[in-house]
Design a protein around this ligand. Sequence first.
Ligand SMILES: [Zn+2]
Length: 60
Amino acid sequence: MTEATPIETFEVTCPHCKRPFEAQLMDGAAARHRGFKCPRCRLFIPYERASGHTAEAKAS
Ligand SMILES: [Zn+2]
């Protein structure tokens, strides 16, 4: 099985500017680097803080 992994996007609400946006999860080497980058304020949002754990993966 060598199929490409489908890209998951999450709906995230930025805790800094309170704006919702869609983003792909950045999967870093360390767990603390897993998260999203807000396109508006460009701040990093840890996965843990991105709308709790209710972020839904959207099949596109
Ligand atoms: Zn933001």
